[in-house]
Design a binder for this molecule. Structure first.
Ligand code: FES
Length: 301
């Protein structure tokens, strides 16, 4: 069962912008249509834009979507976001904005927000007479994932725009790697390459992909998610094997509060465990400024 926000459910159950826009011959008005995905692959979205020709403004939009709850909700969010924008402004709408408008999407459903962004671009490029084969270079270059027809350019773009660090995340965003899996190693190489190309912005956090340190800017939510991921995947298994465990309790700025459990909680060397096994690893993988502190669980009588 997916964990959907109230906004996703509201948009899924009561979409207000579903349907078609047809050219009625109204003067100064043109209809543009963009289509992405395929029913065979499980998701397809056709987007219609009503454009005021004189000022390139989107007066109205409608969608026809075949897909899951997230696909319908993402389509509805997209339309809400772009109404009233100029075409150039609309082209700046990212898949992240679509997901944020919904209060977030399950990670495995992020490809639905990407599909919305791509349908929007397809409609605008169709309207402007620019062949889709050249827009944003997404369809140029060799296919990396033949199962889903995803090019290297598209994978690079989604990594850059969403600060992705694992192949699993790439699969969640564009499906690449979600079939036979034979492209996963190539996706890992692309992630490393993209991160190497990026410059180090202010407020940078450290991260690793395939054992190689890379650098990326994290939002607060991404930072918390990364801390939890490192704890779950790299720290807890080691502690559990030793009869202990650790639970993330709270995060205040760079201060990470954890609950030590089992052998770790009662062990006289728990402070050393904290410093060596937990703090050092989190500093290495997330940020060198992190400080880990153990807190006592609340006892109720
Ligand atoms: S080639 Fe990418 S999943 Fe099969």
């Amino acid at each position: 069962m997916w964990d959907y926000t109230d906004k996703v459910l509201e948009f899924f159950y009561n979409p207000k912008n579903q349907g078609v826009l047809e050219d009625t011959g109204e003067q100064g008005i043109k209809i543009a249509t963009g289509e992405v995905g395929s029913i065979a692959c499980g998701d397809a979205l056709r987007l219609h834009l009503k454009i005021e020709v004189d000022n390139d403004k989107i007066l109205d939009a409608r969608f026809q979507t075949f897909g899951c709850t997230s696909a319908i909700a993402s389509s509805e969010a997209l339309v809400e976001l772009i109404k009233g924008l100029s075409l150039d402004e609309a082209l700046k709408v990212s898949n992240k904005q679509i997901a944020d408008y919904l209060g977030g999407l399950p990670e495995a459903k992020m490809h639905c927000s990407v599909m919305g962004q791509e349908a929007l671009e397809a409609a605008i490029y169709n309207y402007r007479g620019i062949p889709l084969a050249t827009h944003k270079d997404d369809d140029e270059g060799a296919l990396v994932c033949t199962c889903f027809g995803i090019s290297e350019a598209k994978i690079r773009r989604v990594i850059r725009e969403n600060h992705l660090v694992t192949a699993e995340e790439v699969t969640n965003y564009v499906k690449a790697g979600g079939g036979c899996g034979s492209c996963l190693a190539t996706i890992d190489d692309i992630i490393t390459s993209v991160h190497k190309e990026s410059t180090v912005p202010v407020g940078v956090s450290l991260n690793q992909t395939n054992g190689k340190q890379t650098e990326k800017l994290l939002t607060p939510v991404q930072r918390i998610a990364l801390i939890q991921k490192v704890l779950d995947e790299e720290i807890r298994p080691v502690l559990i094997a030793d009869g202990g465990d650790v639970e993330l309790y709270d995060i205040e700025g760079d201060q990470i509060k954890v609950l030590l459990q089992g052998a770790c909680g009662s062990c006289s060397s728990s402070m050393a465990t904290l410093k060596i096994a937990i703090e050092a690893r989190l500093r290495d993988r997330v940020s060198p400024n992190l400080v880990v502190e153990a807190v006592q669980p609340l006892v109720t009588h």
